[in-house]
Design a protein around this ligand. Structure first.
Ligand SMILES: Cc1cc2nc3c(=O)[nH]c(=O)nc-3n(C[C@H](O)[C@H](O)[C@H](O)COP(=O)(O)OP(=O)(O)OC[C@H]3O[C@@H](n4cnc5c(N)ncnc54)[C@H](O)[C@@H]3O)c2cc1C
Length: 404
């Protein structure tokens, strides 16, 4: 058993920026762990541009951004343990599977910066052939940029969140033709400009109001997909299917290890200091809620480092109230309020599951204390600045969305 002061799990933008900040604050007894053989997180395999503008004032590709972050961390003396997969958290002890065998650590503070992943085919309950040619954008990117493999020749993309644009770029890089983007909703799930770029510049059909019914094929090969529209069913020939988006936090460890898991948020209940109910556990980056841009996770890493610093210096006894949310809300932060925290501002950010017009309400013991009319898209975060509210430990807070 190794006793350490701070453990950070996940060497992506959130974990590495937290490590860099903690180093600046003078913490040396700090280890970063990652299951991969290189540090940098998800951007390592996002081979396109679109990273670093806010953090480094430069437009970088994902791999260059990941290398820069990892180099900054290593040059500042951050100790990164690679090929170390966190498998269990019990009584404050972290268990890792490593090439040298099982290793255990007992930190004073642990930051989970485990990132998020797209919902794969098995979780989407789509019937049809089982084939290795049915993958997510993340896997396609690993093939295209890290392993330089072209897994198939022509594919359909399922889903139209902004990440589907990354799937197109990655497919292009690997020499894969995209036959169509299929979206169940009546409009695409990202900015309209993306739709026009895809449709008119890249000349890829964007089929909205279209549902994937079956993946056809035999002998582990994909031959086509069947889709249904208002006009009936049709087949689209292809030899690969790319499922995109519907990001969920990498939360299975947290789910198994803590009894205070927030299923509507798919993360631990987290206070305004990024802190869980269990003493000394923090969460930041995409592990908190699904996918945000890398720079947001980077800056969140810096913020959480300051909160870890405060926890170590002033460790106060928390007094926590949970915030619950209704089924229209896909994620929200914070999901708890620590009444004794020095961080007084209770800024809540949330996202809706679907595009909708209506009102967000904050209810305190069933009474509305805040209302905001919104017209929101699922990829937009909505801020609710509700400070200076007198709260008591027995109060019940709920976030509600009501359609107009
Ligand atoms: C296809 C795609 C394209 C994207 N394009 C852009 C873009 O153009 N611009 C942009 O700003 N953002 C983009 N993003 C988003 C960006 O990559 C993420 O927001 C960012 O990487 C999240 O940072 P993070 O540190 O929270 O998690 P991650 O970067 O995902 O890092 C999490 C780390 O935790 C490690 N880990 C997980 N579980 C364990 C475990 N049990 N044990 C040990 N280690 C573990 C993982 O190996 C990983 O290295 C894209 C994301 C995807 C998937």
């Amino acid at each position: 058993m190794n006793n350490i002061q701070i453990a950070i799990i996940g060497a992506g933008p959130a974990g590495l920026s937290a490590a860099l900040e903690l180093k600046k604050l003078g913490y040396d007894d700090l280890l970063v762990f990652d299951r991969e053989d290189e540090a940098g997180g998800t951007p390592r395999h996002c081979g396109h541009l679109g990273f670093g503008m806010f953090e480094f004032k430069r437009v970088l590709s994902g791999p260059d951004y990941a290398k820069k972050l990892a180099k900054l961390a290593i040059d500042s003396g951050v100790n990164i343990k690679l090929k170390s997969t966190l498998t269990k958290v019990e009584n404050g002890v972290l268990t890792f599977s490593t090439p040298e065998g099982i290793k255990q650590y007992k930190p004073t503070c642990t930051l989970f910066a485990l990132g998020a992943r797209e919902t794969p085919r098995p979780d989407r309950l789509v019937s049809g052939t089982r084939s290795p040619n049915i993958i997510t954008t993340g896997t396609l990117q690993r093939f295209a940029y890290l392993q330089k493999i072209k897994p198939f020749n022509k594919a359909v993309i399922i889903g139209s969140e902004i990440v589907s644009f990354s799937a197109i770029m990655s497919a292009k890089h690997a020499g894969i033709k995209i036959e169509a983007i299929i979206e169940e909703k009546d409009e695409i799930d990202s900015f309209c400009v993306i739709k026009y770029m895809v449709k008119y510049l890249l000349k890829i059909p964007v089929l909205t109001n279209t549902k994937l019914k079956n993946i056809n094929g035999e002998d582990k090969k994909v031959t086509s997909v069947s889709v249904s529209t208002d006009e009936g069913e049709r087949e689209i020939p292809c030899d690969g299917v790319i499922f995109t988006g519907q990001f969920i936090p990498e939360s299975s460890i947290m789910q198994k290890s803590f009894d205070d898991f927030n299923f509507s948020n798919n993360s631990l209940y987290i206070s305004q200091n990024f802190q869980a109910k269990d003493d000394g556990f923090f969460v930041a980056g995409n592990a908190l809620r699904g996918a945000l841009a890398a720079f947001k996770c980077y800056f969140e890493g810096k913020k959480v480092a300051k909160n870890i610093h405060d926890f170590i210096r002033f460790k106060h006894q928390p007094e926590l109230i949970k915030i619950e949310a209704d089924e229209n809300i896909s994620w929200y932060y914070p999901s708890m309020i620590d009444l004794k925290s020095p961080t007084k501002q209770h800024l809540t950010a949330l996202r809706l599951k679907k595009r909708a017009k209506g009102a967000i309400k904050v209810l305190l013991n069933g009474r509305m204390i805040y209302k905001k009319n919104i017209h929101a898209f699922p990829f937009m975060s909505i801020n609710i600045p509700w400070k200076d509210i007198e709260l008591k430990p027995q109060d019940v807070i709920k976030l509600e969305f009501v359609n107009n």
